[in-house]
Ligand binder design. Structure first.
Ligand SMILES: [Zn+2]
Length: 167
């Protein structure tokens, strides 16, 4: 999944408001960031384990522990951990990933059907941003910005799915 991950983080803010938005976004794409880290600093990489069930669970526990230590609320810690798990769950819809190291490859691989992936991600963006906008603490200018964010996210997603004159 691509833009959908960010939409999930934005939607989760409704329940996890004390956490900084940057922390929610970080948790929602932590497995991909670990892939990047591993390619930059191979000794810190864990290969495909960033997106396996044991790897995702370990990352979720780590993020939850850090959140609990810093923000001292168990509900926030659980929410941050769930965001990490949501990443891999969503990726099983759009990709094919090993369940564990050398384990069976599973997933719907919607990336292979770009319009289907676009519909899934567009729906996730719509729901995530609707939840974000319904947050009681948001001031009116922020609510108005949500439509612009939605257009931007859909545009990025369309480029991801359909490319720019590729072929
Ligand atoms: Zn991923």
């Amino acid at each position: 999944m691509y833009m959908g991950h960010y939409a999930i983080a934005l939607g989760a803010r409704r329940w996890l408001r004390p956490l900084p938005m940057a922390w929610l976004l970080f948790a929602s794409i932590e497995p991909d960031l670990h892939d990047v880290l591993g390619s930059l600093v191979p000794s810190l990489g864990i290969g495909p384990d960033t997106h396996t069930l044991p790897g995702a669970c370990a990352a979720a526990v780590a993020i939850a522990v850090v959140t609990a230590l810093v923000f001292r609320r168990i509900g926030l810690a659980l929410g941050a951990g769930l965001l990490v798990l949501s990443h891999v769950a969503a990726d099983y819809l759009t990709s094919r990933l090993p369940l564990w190291r050398h384990g069976p490859m599973v997933g719907l691989h919607l990336y292979a059907t770009p319009w289907a992936d676009f519909l899934l991600e567009a729906g996730t963006i719509a729901i995530g941003l609707a939840l974000y906008a319904s947050s009681p603490d948001l001031r009116r200018p922020a609510r108005r910005g949500v439509a612009a964010i939605a257009v931007l996210m859909l545009a990025f997603q369309a480029v991801w799915n359909f490319g720019l004159g590729s072929g």
